[in-house]
Design a protein around this ligand. Sequence first.
Ligand code: B12
Ligand code: SF4
Length: 633
Amino acid sequence: MKDRSLLLTTPCYPYPTLPMNDSITDATGQRFTKGDDLFTIISHTHCFANHILAQNVSWPSVVLEYPRWEDFTAEVAKGYPYLGISAYPPHLETVLKMCEHTRKTAPGTKILLGSYAAQAFQATYDKATQQKYVDHLVIGEGVQYLRKLLGDPEDAPVQQVLFPKAGGSIPWLTRYPRGGVGFLVSGLGCVGGCDFCSTTAMFGNKRKQLLSAGELFRGIELYHQHFPDVVMVFVIEEDHFRVPAHLAELREGWRAHPKLYEDLDCFTFGSVDNIAKFADTYGWDAILEAGVGCIFIGVESKFAGAHGYDKRHDVDAKVVFDRLHAMGIRTVGAWMCGWDWHDHTNIHEDLNYFVSLRPTYQQLTRVSPFPGTPLWERLKEEGRVKEVAWEDVHFWSGAQKNANLETHETLNLIQEGYDLMYRTWGPSMMRRLDVQLDGYAYCMASDNPALRHHKSKLFRRQSSMLWWMLPACERFAPNGIVRRRIRKIDEKYRRLIGAPTPVMRTMAAMVDKMAVVAKLKELVSPMNRFVKEEPFKRYLYDKEKSANGNGHGHGQGDARRGGMASEAIPYRTEWPGPKNADYEAEVTRVHHVWRVIRLACEAARRLDWKTADADIDGYLIDRLRNERFGVAF
Ligand code: B12
Ligand code: SF4
């Protein structure tokens, strides 16, 4: 038996696929940019819960991410005192097998199960069954729980240094984009108490703050210092606008370091009414000043306010979406299908209301009763929760017996909704370009020097990068409406920023050709046939601080060799197992393609130096040099 060593893991592969044949770990492909045809972004991310736990206990820890069965069993055989599994409900069947195996082969190992699989497991199994598989079911905040168990001081602050980065790209540009998105958890849980919401239930309708506004800002800075190519930090805070003082204080950090506005922004979550209230108190500009670039907004339904959801009661969502877009703030709008009030007379009215908001990205899901939520309790009492396999307990579960709609209808309506978004507004990339151009105009007209001199630069640079995609999006636009919209966006670009530079034109021409090849491939072998799989990685938190803070061990390239840990990056990454020849070949191929494109762009810049733009072209060449053309959202 190992001494003082913690094993943390995600569930083992294979992972279930979603009803529309999407990867369960790919947020952009399964939702945010779904329906965008060739322009759907495919992304990867990490299990941050396990990393937060490992960063906040004194015991050395090993984190397994996406292990295959043999990887998991080999690690369990080493005999850890504790095995912690962080999982979601679709993996419960696998998780139970993992527990059975651990009980059999490492009987001294105590098993902890956390996150939403724990919530579902507790809600659906009796005590005896729970104990058969798991020693500690952890519902709610885990750091404190684990510290208590391991004898660490419980009330020490929850520190967060750097986590592995997430990232995404159009797969025919690169299938293995380097991560450009950082991650920080500012707060868990929400006081909103919406009956369908798992997170409010998980944290007892309370918000648990993990980072003060100052700590959050320092975390953002740390990402920027170590990874200047990080373009966004994804901040977990269920409804940031419900804690206005925190968001307003975050603004102070940015204001004191306005140059940071030029390079990155933040993703956060908000609700319609609370965004409007925040703006009433602090002014709309305060949202931009707080470094917010993109907000996830639960619209849920046009009729949600009338049915008791107070976050959607006072203000028309359209006003908030339009106002944010006009300032350059992107939105992820979320809509749900299958509310009890949905019937054949109003479902299309509701869907079209959502479409009219023109969210930059979208999440359309079915109303899904997650075990452990009040909605699930009520529907169960009413005999309206169907037995579905654990692998189907997710945002598109079909477990609910709808009041007025057939089960298959809600899934088809969702698919129709994604298609409608694309046919109405075009791909998210072009919606983003449009919004960011408006942001550029807004900042240039602002009296605030931080917005005018710094934030405007981010909009200008990112717009020039998105313009790369414009000719290809125009060529393959789904209809004339979208094609014209794209032409209008092009006109807006030229009016506000000027003619595309030689680097932009060269790059766009290459991308356009790559899109033609991708379209031809799509005809015979649609991308949706191949569900993305994540590789297995092993992160070692040795708890020995190295003086070397150079960030080795954080990128995929270093991961194979196993890099050094540092104070900012307190783990070493290993990518065990035999080398994957297909992966190596693809990475080499993409590397050569992008090298050639970069050389062509550099040549174009030299030849056509009169129309070159030092800032835009420098930014773009730099991204090509580092192969950082993957995008956030
Ligand atoms: C980032 C995120 C993702 C990412 C990455 C998730 C991952 N870990 O692999 C992506 C985009 C891939 C994703 C996908 C999905 N997600 Co998601 N996701 C989130 C989000 C926004 C944040 C999760 C997070 O990292 N939080 C930060 C960490 C630190 O918090 P935490 O996970 O709660 O962990 C704390 C405690 O729970 C506890 N804990 C957690 N694990 C463990 C383990 C041990 C051993 C211990 C002791 C403690 C412990 O300690 C931690 C610190 O306090 C949440 C919403 C939210 N605000 O939480 C939804 C959420 C978790 N996702 C959800 C869902 C449904 C999914 C999907 C099934 C989507 C779908 N298609 O339906 C997939 C499943 C992915 C998978 N791996 O199987 C739901 C879960 C609802 C439910 N009851 O099941 C949530 C709650 C969203 C919502 N509002 O409904 N998701
Ligand atoms: S406002 Fe959002 S996060 Fe808060 S309880 Fe409602 S749905 Fe959940």
